[in-house]
Design a protein around this ligand. Structure first.
Ligand code: KG4
Ligand code: ZN
Length: 338
């Protein structure tokens, strides 16, 4: 089954062709980073206008690179939400128009589910139950995946998302946008033990109470306090590295607590833009080894961690949520349709 998928929830115009949910025949991503960089973050109206300009050429390119014509497309999939409404509408209306005029089935995909299913790309088979740490610019959640259609939320952030914290701290440190890759890079030159930053919601009492939620606003404020006290320019890599380690520790702690209590978990997976962070991957790997976790630890290739349409094609194959092209609507917020 060849699925042509479209993803325009934020600032990437993405189109892909995915065969049977795991073989990526093409993966086109037109990034708007250079456009939004000068504002230090995504400007919603500018993002929507930019999607309009590039979406049709991106679809043509996805088909061309996949070396298929419309006759070989079995279904069209699109991200319906959550995301920026103006951006989502461009993808959704394009997908509806194509599906209706070409008489192709249309599949609606939740963006967060897409991030999770990026783990199925090039892999396919998965041992359940699985535990997923989904960390992006908009979400931070710990999820138990019992099988393909049974996902339970264990915990979530009470304030900022992990990616949002990376972006805000990068801005504070004058590292530019997007913050995650900038912090990852500069942290390589820094000493992560130099600044003592908090790991919110990881106290023994939180553990006793089974608190699997996350919080990043206190960590961000702690970085702000350090900068207000005044740091030398050459200490910026140390502060970035200390922040990155505090963020990784806060996330990984909850994964480990859950595994300590739930010995049946077979697979631990990362998903979302922050899953591209090498420090997070290595911190989790080390702690899983310390725990003597015998299952598998997986994460998507970096291209499939941040926003892309291949993950939407994968999710669409495993969750064939067919919808009517005449009535489908984008939804900007909420994860009710998880
Ligand atoms: O999943 P994603 O592309 O978009 C959303 O659905 O939000 O995630 C984007 C977020 C941004 O906040 C970005 O700073 C963060 O992922 N990110 C990273 C890295 N690469 C992207 N955070 C930490 N380390 C990275 N290497
Ligand atoms: Zn995303």
């Amino acid at each position: 089954m060849n699925i042509l998928s479209i993803e325009t929830s934020c600032d990437e115009t993405a189109c892909a062709v995915v065969k049977n949910g795991r073989e990526v025949l093409s993966n086109i991503i037109v990034s708007q980073i250079d456009i939004h960089k000068e504002y230090g973050g995504v400007v919603p109206e500018v993002a929507a206008r930019s999607h309009i300009e590039v979406i049709l050429p991106a679809i043509d390119k996805a088909l061309k690179e996949a070396k298929i014509g419309w006759g070989s497309v079995d279904a069209i999939a699109v991200t319906t939400g959550p995301g920026l409404i103006g951006s989502l509408i461009i993808g959704v209306e394009t997908a509806k128009t194509l599906a209706w005029s070409l008489k192709k089935p249309l599949i609606s995909v939740n963006h967060l589910i897409g991030h999770i299913y990026a783990n199925w790309i090039d892999r396919g088979i998965m041992d359940f139950p699985a535990l997923c740490l989904a960390v992006s610019g908009g979400h931070t959640m710990l999820l138990e995946i019992k099988d393909y259609h049974n996902i339970t939320k264990i915990g979530q952030t009470k304030d900022d998302a992990a990616g949002e914290a990376f972006d805000k701290v990068a801005k504070l440190l004058g590292l530019g946008y997007p913050g995650g890759p900038a912090i990852t890079e500069i942290a390589l030159k820094g000493d992560k033990l130099k600044f003592n930053l908090p790991r919110p919601m990881t106290s023994p009492l939180d553990k006793k109470n089974g608190n699997f939620n996350f919080s990043f606003s206190g960590l961000k404020t702690a970085v702000l306090s350090v900068t207000k006290e005044g740091i030398k320019r050459d200490e910026i890599p140390d502060l970035a590295a200390s922040f990155q380690q505090a963020a990784s520790d806060s996330l990984v702690t909850k994964v480990i607590w859950y595994l300590e209590k739930n010995k049946d978990i077979q697979t631990v997976m990362l998903a979302g833009g922050v899953a591209a962070n090498t420090n997070l991957r290595e911190t989790l790997r080390t702690d899983l080894e310390k725990l003597d976790f015998k299952g598998s630890f997986i994460y998507p290739e970096i291209t499939y961690c941040t926003d892309n349409a291949a993950m939407i094609g994968a999710a669409a194959f495993y969750n064939q949520n067919f919808v009517d092209p005449l009535t489908l609507a984008a939804f900007p917020s909420g994860i009710d349709r998880l």
